[in-house]
Design a protein around this ligand. Structure first.
Ligand SMILES: [Zn+2]
Length: 276
């Protein structure tokens, strides 16, 4: 198994720890008791975000995506469904799907996403063999260090099925299953993210939360939600207050102004890399 690692190239000379963004580190400065404290954090090379609909990636992890992209991490978002079921009343489903595809193209630039990001546009997301293979192939072709996806207790079916397919794919990806076995891949961490229909602590059990500090990215996240995903304005305006209140609430837990929460999932992926 050819497992690229964030640790590659870390020690260039015996005893000398080379630290730079190119080699996978970033120096972070955070408020701490009595002042500020700096520390080095490992930056993954690639993060893969599985989004059931175009906009879930922003609502759930937009700040974290922006932050890691600034740190030169490649972030690839795969939008799974066409989202044709969600739009202003009376509009034809294929027109809504086309709008959402275009909105995602704009969001891709705003979020500085990788060219390997994709809008799959599936209509009905079933848990079946061909979709498990499709998700396994996605993980094997992107070869991410970290995978972010919804949690399997999300009330929304497309979110829930995206989570279940991702988990099954994470199980298969490092094995010899499926024809893409020559690219078998084990990420360094897998995390659930929260959505308006799957909030940690409210119907979704989550004992351990990892808080990503998005204080500097929060305004941009809001702007992308409001200005780019215009087809979802009606829906999203209902969530706007929610997004801000939750970001403040998670920020309190993370000792920062605004935060996004993630729950490590170690069912098939041992946790080797922390989101910060
Ligand atoms: Zn969604």
């Amino acid at each position: 198994m050819n497992n690229r690692s964030v640790w590659d190239g870390l020690y260039l000379d015996s005893g000398t720890h080379q630290r730079s963004r190119e080699e996978g580190f970033v120096r972070v400065s955070q408020a701490a008791a009595g002042g500020r404290r700096s520390f080095d954090a490992v930056v993954p090379r690639t993060i893969l975000v599985l989004a059931p609909h175009a906009d879930d990636e922003v609502i759930s992890c937009g700040g974290t995506i922006l932050k890691y992209a600034q740190w030169k991490c490649e972030v690839a978002v795969i939008v799974v469904t066409s989202g044709a079921g969600s739009g202003p009343g009376g509009e034809a489903p294929d027109r809504i799907a086309e709008k959402r595809r275009k909105e995602f193209e704009t969001a891709k630039r705003a979020l500085r996403l990788s060219d390997r990001s994709e809008f799959l546009g599936l209509e009905e997301l079933q848990i079946n063999r061909s979709n498990v293979r499709r998700f396994t192939d996605i993980i094997r072709s992107i070869q991410p260090d970290i995978v972010l996806f919804p949690n399997p207790n999300d009330s929304h079916r497309a979110h829930r099925n995206t989570a279940l397919l991702t988990m099954e794919a994470l199980y298969h990806a490092p094995t010899q299953a499926h024809p893409s076995r020559d690219r078998a891949w084990l990420p360094l961490g897998a995390y659930f993210y929260e959505t308006p229909s799957g909030v940690f602590g409210q119907g979704v059990q989550a004992e351990t939360l990892v808080i990503s500090d998005i204080t500097e990215q929060f305004e941009t996240k809001k702007k992308i939600l409001n200005e780019i995903y215009a087809s979802q304005t009606q829906l999203l305006s209902a969530f706007e207050g929610w997004v801000e209140a939750l970001a403040r609430h998670r920020g309190e837990a993370g000792r920062c102004r605004f935060g996004e929460a993630f729950c490590p999932n170690m069912t098939h992926v041992p946790l080797k890399l922390l989101l910060i």
